[in-house]
Write a protein that binds this ligand. Structure first.
Ligand code: DX5
Ligand code: ZN
Length: 231
């Protein structure tokens, strides 16, 4: 049976995807309910294999549990060396978007075709030192580009100074393609850096630490979404 993605089409509004990497995992249901109530648009789930990045995180079982718990689209970021091994398990678990890294060992186009064949939206991520031009031959197959604004592996890092130029370059590629492709930015997003990423061309923002480590996650989310004046 094909997965039927809940991921919406690009619609001109800014979407926020809290990253559960920074959530209190003993309270995950409550944490998800709280950010949902506060207006989260998607849930960002970081999958790390201890090889592509020097950290381990979650597997398909967590995605399966979240799928039963929430109606939010599940934005699954595969920071793994061999994404082809994991596309089917995560699609079956209920991912709505599967993002692979161009720097992985597998062929990106093959991965995108495999994701699409399972009825899941396709994402491609580039690390901070990767030239955005690698995306050019792939644009036809991409629903979302995930620009890393930190070196992947850990939450709570600072937004890189080099990120706005990278975001602008990807925005130009998307505009030139004429396709409706999300531009999501991941790493170091908070109320101060969100406007910088948006001005550079982002229309979706991942935020982990700034939301889940805040004393008031709902307020933090609204500030990132630029719905509440900054304190
Ligand atoms: C980093 C992950 C991010 C991370 C973001 O490797 O891909 O999604 O959770 O966390 P913050 O917002 O804390 O930088
Ligand atoms: Zn991520």
């Amino acid at each position: 049976m094909k997965n039927t993605s809940k991921m919406p089409s690009v619609n001109g509004t800014i979407h926020i995807a809290p990253s559960i990497l920074s959530a209190d995992l003993c309270q995950l249901g409550q944490e998800v309910a709280r950010v949902t109530q506060a207006g989260a648009d998607w849930l960002h789930i970081d999958i790390m294999d201890g090889h592509f990045v020097p950290n381990l995180s979650f597997g398909p079982a967590l995605v399966r549990s979240l799928r039963k718990f929430t109606d939010l689209p599940l934005d699954v970021h595969l920071m793994v060396t061999n994404p082809l091994h994991f596309i089917e398990p995560f699609a079956k678990a209920g991912a709505d978007l599967l993002t692979v890294h161009v720097e992985s060992n597998d062929d990106t186009l093959q991965a995108l075709k495999a994701i699409h064949a399972l009825g899941v939206k396709t994402g491609v991520s580039i690390k901070p030192d990767t030239a955005p031009s690698v995306l050019t031959p792939l644009m036809e197959y991409i629903d979302l580009v995930l620009v890393m604004s930190v070196y992947p592996g850990f939450g709570g890092q600072a937004f890189l100074d080099s990120a706005p130029a990278q975001i602008k370059a990807v925005r130009q590629l998307i505009n030139t393609s004429g396709k409706q492709i999300w531009l999501e930015v991941d790493g170091g997003i908070n109320a101060q850096t969100a406007p910088v990423a948006i001005a550079a061309g982002a229309d979706a923002l991942v935020a982990g630490n700034a939301i889940f480590s805040s004393a008031d996650p709902a307020l933090a989310l609204k500030q990132i979404k630029q719905e509440t004046p900054k304190i």
